[in-house]
Design a protein around this ligand. Structure first.
Ligand code: HEM
Length: 321
């Protein structure tokens, strides 16, 4: 797990390591039969479109990461599958379930300005409109000092620099897909009335950090502890999260869009098992008593080099198998 991804030359990643931003749009799409060519064209043009909208305002850090779902891979590319690509594995715990929902393409668009995210999303959808079905579209925003709608600072323990690259980018373990990543998204809806009825100290024990000062607490059954996992060598296994609050105050909807990138889906899946199925210390993550996962999808994020020079489209007969 500690192999440096840079040991495989010529694998420029998509902007998965981009900074946390103040705005994002998450689009999950399925490709209609016959829409494969258009989907491929848009994937191939992604970086050029990003430049068109973002070049004039580099300080706004506009970026778009595209992910490809398991069922779409063999329809889009005549190329060996990434080793860890499979459909999202649903979980049914004693109290809460992680559902699996459809998704052939993920577009994770982010910037410090929502208008840029909007402009890029609009152009991508103008081109994709007849080729895809929109499964989910979520505009996310930074809330206060990077808090989720439960009121806690979210993202503090994300790895940075070399640790982030090690956690997120595939290296020599799957050389044909070096520079790629895996990403899992889940849309959570919160019962904020019930959550806000809890005393702040109870909320802090559930999360595992203090609310006002964002300091870590010793709390074995907390969300933070359930998501602190180590590999066989005792080294902490990290993922890169870019969760975003979203919602509709008028509609009474308050949520967290969870998005986690990792070099292998195993790490995120272990975290999900801890949260939903429990551990020796906790029957489940109590964050789930106030948060319902309404979507769940796994995608592979190919490198930029892969998008730049896409493998051939499979023959029509092979696509339908
Ligand atoms: C930590 C919120 C879902 C993985 C945290 C923290 C907050 C938080 C406030 C503490 C600060 C930080 O380090 O970011 C939420 C909310 C969720 C959610 C509101 C959805 C309702 C998930 C899911 C996963 C996950 C589904 C993994 C599958 C992690 C990890 C940490 C973390 C790895 C850092 C643990 C450490 O300290 O090393 N989350 N989270 N979270 N969360 Fe979540």
């Amino acid at each position: 797990m500690t192999t440096e991804p840079q040991s495989v030359p010529g694998a420029e990643p998509q902007p998965v390591l981009g900074p946390l931003t103040t705005a994002a749009i998450f689009l999950v799409l399925t490709v209609r039969p016959g829409g494969e060519e258009t989907a491929r064209e848009v994937l191939g043009d992604l970086r050029a479109l990003e430049r068109s909208f973002g070049f004039g305002t580099p300080e706004a850090a506009l970026s778009c990461v595209a992910g490809v779902g398991s069922a779409a891979w063999d329809r889009l590319f005549d190329h060996p599958r990434p080793a860890g690509l499979h459909p999202f594995r649903p979980l049914a715990g004693p109290r809460h379930s992680a559902v699996a929902t459809p998704g052939d393409l993920l577009l994770h668009i982010r910037a410090t300005r929502f208008d840029l995210c909007f402009g890029l999303a609009a152009e991508l959808m103008r081109r994709l409109r007849d080729a895809v079905t929109v499964e989910d579209e979520v505009p996310g925003f930074k809330y206060l000092d990077a808090r989720d709608l439960l009121g806690f600072v979210d993202g503090t323990e994300n790895p940075v620099g070399a640790a982030a690259r090690r956690a997120v980018l595939i290296g020599a373990e799957d050389p044909g897909h070096a520079g790629g990543s895996y990403v899992i998204v889940q849309k959570y809806l919160h019962d904020l009335d019930a959550w806000n009825a809890l005393p702040a100290e109870t909320q802090e024990r559930i999360i595992g950090r203090t609310k006002a000062t964002n300091l870590e607490l010793e709390e074995p059954a907390s969300h933070v502890e359930l998501n602190t996992i180590t590999g066989p060598d005792g080294e902490e296994q990290q993922i890169l999260r870019d969760n975003m609050p979203f919602g509709s105050p008028g509609g009474g909807e308050f949520g967290t869009y969870f998005i986690g990138y990792a070099r292998t889906p195993d790490v995120i899946e272990q975290m999900l098992r801890n949260m939903f199925l429990g551990t020796a210390d906790a029957s489940h993550d109590r964050i789930l008593d106030f948060s319902t996962a309404v979507t769940g999808t796994l995608f592979f994020v190919p490198s930029d080099d892969f998008l730049d020079d896409l493998p051939a489209l499979p023959e029509a007969g092979e696509r339908e198998q």
